[in-house]
Design a protein around this ligand. Structure first.
Ligand SMILES: *[C@@H]1O[C@H](CO)[C@@H](O)[C@H](O)[C@H]1NC(C)=O
Ligand SMILES: *[C@@H]1O[C@H](CO)[C@@H](O)[C@H](O)[C@H]1NC(C)=O
Ligand SMILES: *[C@@H]1O[C@H](CO)[C@@H](O)[C@H](O)[C@H]1NC(C)=O
Ligand SMILES: *[C@@H]1O[C@H](CO)[C@@H](O)[C@H](O)[C@H]1NC(C)=O
Ligand SMILES: *[C@@H]1O[C@H](CO)[C@@H](O)[C@H](O)[C@H]1NC(C)=O
Ligand SMILES: *[C@@H]1O[C@H](CO)[C@@H](O)[C@H](O)[C@H]1NC(C)=O
Ligand SMILES: *[C@@H]1O[C@H](CO)[C@@H](O)[C@H](O)[C@H]1NC(C)=O
Ligand SMILES: *[C@@H]1O[C@H](CO)[C@@H](O)[C@H](O)[C@H]1NC(C)=O
Ligand SMILES: *[C@@H]1O[C@H](CO)[C@@H](O)[C@H](O)[C@H]1NC(C)=O
Ligand SMILES: *[C@@H]1O[C@H](CO)[C@@H](O)[C@H](O)[C@H]1NC(C)=O
Ligand SMILES: *[C@@H]1O[C@H](CO)[C@@H](O)[C@H](O)[C@H]1NC(C)=O
Ligand SMILES: *[C@@H]1O[C@H](CO)[C@@H](O)[C@H](O)[C@H]1NC(C)=O
Length: 621
């Protein structure tokens, strides 16, 4: 199970890196994605045309970044245009004008396409592409001859690009761009430029550029210049000024000479590997990790490295020799899925990318071992804060509200905006992880796909989920839909406001449960009693709104529960009038008491959790 994948390379390995042989005049780089076609007179094309026109006519392009969408699903089109940060508005317009015609000519029917011109890029898609980091596929062009003093050159280049990357990433929401030069051996100067689409967070921009930097040792070691592009960021360096160097900050001073020659250790994350040598050389980045390396990184899956244990297996912290940290989920051994199905599922789930979802980096298969490799998040999960008598004080209302909004957006993405429709089925505070800035990230999504709980293998009645967050139709009848997640979200919101777990909540009458208590207080008009005492000084209006939304989400009648799209709208709107909630599920009265605690009916199969999606839609060449 080496990173260099086998014959099945194009199937199991995601990122194809296209190398185009340099030509005198730099042709634009173009990719037409094989992710669906439109026809000439279609609504999709109309929406696309209207976007290209509005974008071009709109004056906001003057800051060099444009993101917009038009139409309604399934014909909705999303578009991003980005001009190089040092472009004048007129250069920008002219580059974008040229690019839109070239792109339509090159990709006449593809719903998703991208062009990188000399100083701008233009991209459109049928799926939401805003705020999402995409850098699996790196396209690059090598320029010029080799540099003879490779060691010294690399050492300058590395510190130059590190500084450049951090400067670009720390830009603002309209501008993530940096230029920098540095003296190189032999009295030369290296000029460099980096840019991200400014809708990315600082972290995402940084990791996008880092991914690109990671492939340099493999594709371009010792080369004098190269240009790399991905949908989310681009990077270029040359031994000549390819931009107006009066716009850059003072050159970096030469880095201190390392005492020992320090070739950076080969990165352990999957990176580029050349696989054939045509005009279009493709390099492949796998999602497959080497089992041995993961075992070492997690110290043999030692208990000391264990972060937690969930329904699908234990999670370990791992650390590669180069310092990169990961979280590894070791799936319990009796998954019924075959290898190929498992790999396909990983690839589908890995495509789900959103700033409020934990990123799945890849997988590992060896014998009956199945591992999932995720980004590591330092601040553990939400339950460790919200239910901790001391730490909960760190989450004031403003932070809690931001977390609630983030979770709502992540869930909306899973339900509606991603290409697959994913029902989480186990949303709860311990599945919400927090990044270094306390932004929430939903974890464990797509597990139903990855760890097939399976309709055909006889255990169709297995209920995944956590008691206290599951709606009655799921517990009692095994039925689930997006509205089951909405229910769990409602429980979570009430927990966030009250700081109480449902199943340990006692209220005035022992064991009445949080939902029951919240409903009673709502009916009595004394909802403020529900609020976590540590929050009492904060914005009550928002808290009351959240309790209201929470109660709407946990209504017994599935139809009455709002969709996540409405929830997001309610959270964002200050003046919207919310409907009146009806009785929540599981309120203890004579009507439901009798059915409480019964096991799921064995005869009712769990419905398929997600749309069936053909794997032929997988990553384009
Ligand atoms: C889209 O059209 C191209 C040719 O124009 C074809 O090669 C490709 O298979 C089509 N893709 C789909 C998903 O229909
Ligand atoms: C598109 O519409 C035009 C005029 O409305 C028509 O002449 C043409 O045949 C149509 N093309 C297709 C592919 O339907
Ligand atoms: C956009 O600009 C073009 C000229 O570049 C003009 O012909 C067209 O009417 C404008 N469209 C809109 C919607 O303003
Ligand atoms: C845009 O590009 C097209 C095709 O190259 C050209 O005919 C047109 O004049 C350009 N429009 C503007 C406003 O630059
Ligand atoms: C540059 O170095 C690479 C690998 O070391 C070699 O294959 C290539 O021929 C060299 N190119 C030139 C122009 O010297
Ligand atoms: C973003 O940064 C750029 C360059 O530093 C600056 O020109 C622009 O005014 C900034 N925009 C905002 C909204 O801060
Ligand atoms: C477009 O980008 C701007 C600047 O980053 C951002 O403020 C805005 O929310 C984005 N719009 C969408 C629809 O994402
Ligand atoms: C991990 O396990 C292997 C075999 O099970 C053993 O040889 C090795 O010493 C262990 N390494 C550590 C760090 O415990
Ligand atoms: C996996 O096997 C264990 C015991 O071997 C069993 O308790 C568990 O229910 C099985 N899980 C699934 C999903 O079949
Ligand atoms: C979250 O993690 C970051 C980075 O490890 C740390 O600096 C910060 O203090 C943590 N925040 C909390 C509230 O623990
Ligand atoms: C909340 O807790 C109460 C008391 O433990 C329990 O009766 C109720 O069913 C729980 N609510 C949910 C939605 O599970
Ligand atoms: C899922 O598969 C079934 C049977 O193969 C088919 O009838 C249905 O249209 C498919 N659904 C989607 C969303 O592709």
């Amino acid at each position: 199970m080496k990173i260099g994948c086998s014959k099945l390379v194009l199937f199991f390995c995601f990122a194809l890196i296209h190398l185009l042989i340099p030509t005198a005049a730099q042709r634009p780089l173009i990719r037409c994605y094989n992710a669906g076609n439109y026809t000439s007179n279609s609504t999709y094309r109309e929406n696309l045309d209207s976007l290209l026109t509005t974008m071009f006519n709109n004056s906001k392009i003057d800051y060099g970044f444009y993101n917009l969408s038009a139409g309604e699903s399934p014909d909705k089109v999303y578009l991003i245009a980005l001009c190089r940060g040092d472009n004048s508005p007129s250069e920008c317009r002219s580059c974008i004008n040229g690019s839109r015609y070239e792109l339509l000519k090159a990709c006449p029917y593809q719903k998703e396409a991208i062009i990188w011109g000399e100083t701008c890029s233009l991209r459109y898609s049928y799926r939401s592409i805003f705020n999402i980091m995409e850098a699996r596929i790196v396209t690059y062009r090598i320029n010029g001859a080799n540099f003879s003093d490779v060691e010294a050159f690399n050492s300058v280049l590395r510190s130059l690009l590190d500084s450049l990357r951090n400067r670009a990433a720390s830009g603002n929401s309209t501008h993530k761009f940096a230029l920098q030069s540095a003296p190189a051996p032999k009295f030369k100067t290296i000029y460099s430029l980096a840019e991200c689409t400014p809708d990315l967070s600082e972290l995402d921009c940084n990791s996008c550029l880092q991914r690109v930097q990671n492939i340099i040792p493999q594709c371009c070691d010792g080369r004098q210049g190269a240009k790399f592009v991905t949908p989310s960021c681009d990077l270029r360096y040359e031994l000549y000024p390819f931009y107006d160097s009066s716009a850059e900050p003072p050159p970096l001073s030469p880095p201190p000479q390392p005492l020992v020659p320090s070739e950076s250790p080969p990165p352990d994350l999957p990176t580029a590997t050349l696989v054939d040598t045509d005009d279009q050389i493709s390099a492949v980045e796998c999602l497959q990790f080497d089992f041995g390396k993961i075992r070492v990184a997690t110290q043999n899956f030692s208990d000391a490295n264990k972060l937690g244990e969930g329904g699908f297996g234990a999670v370990y912290k791992g650390r590669f020799p180069n310092g990169h940290e990961i979280a590894v989920k070791r799936l319990s051994k009796n998954s019924s899925q075959g290898e190929i199905e498992f790999k396909n599922e990983v690839m589908l789930v890995a495509r789900l990318q959103h700033r409020h979802l934990v990123r799945l980096l890849g997988f590992c298969l060896e014998g009956d071992e199945r591992l999932l490799v995720y980004e590591f998040l330092p601040n553990a999960s939400l339950d460790r804060f919200i239910f901790d008598p001391v730490k909960r004080a760190q989450l004031n209302w403003e932070k809690r509200y931001k977390i609630i909004e983030g979770i709502a957006r992540g869930l909306l993405y899973l339900h509606e905006d991603s290409q697959l429709r994913i029902i989480h089925r186990d949303l709860k505070t311990s599945n919400i992880l927090l990044d270094a800035y306390m932004n929430p990230k939903i974890s464990d999504f797509g597990m139903a796909r990855l760890f097939q709980t399976d309709q055909t293998q006889g255990n169709t009645n297995r209920i995944v989920g956590t008691y206290g967050y599951m709606p009655p139709e799921y517990v009692l009848h095994g039925q689930f839909s997006v509205k089951s997640d909405v229910f769990s979200f409602g429980v979570l919101v009430l927990e966030m406001v009250s700081g109480q777990k449902n199943h340990t909540f006692c209220g005035e009458n022992n064991g009445e449960g949080l939902l029951n208590y919240a409903w009673k207080k709502w009916k009595d008009g004394t909802t403020s009693n529900l609020v976590d005492p540590t929050l009492r000084t904060d914005s009550t209006i928002e808290m009351m709104k959240c309790i209201h939304i929470g109660l709407l989400c946990v209504q017994e009648n599935v139809v009455n529960r709002p969709t996540m799209a409405s929830v997001v709208l309610m959270l964002n709107s200050e003046s919207m009038t919310l409907s009146i909630p009806s009785r929540p599920a599981f309120v203890m009265d004579s009507h439901t008491r009798s059915s409480m605690g019964t096991t799921p009916s064995r005869s009712s199969p769990v419905q398929a959790s997600v749309n069936n999606v053909s794997i032929t839609e997988l990553d384009p060449r």
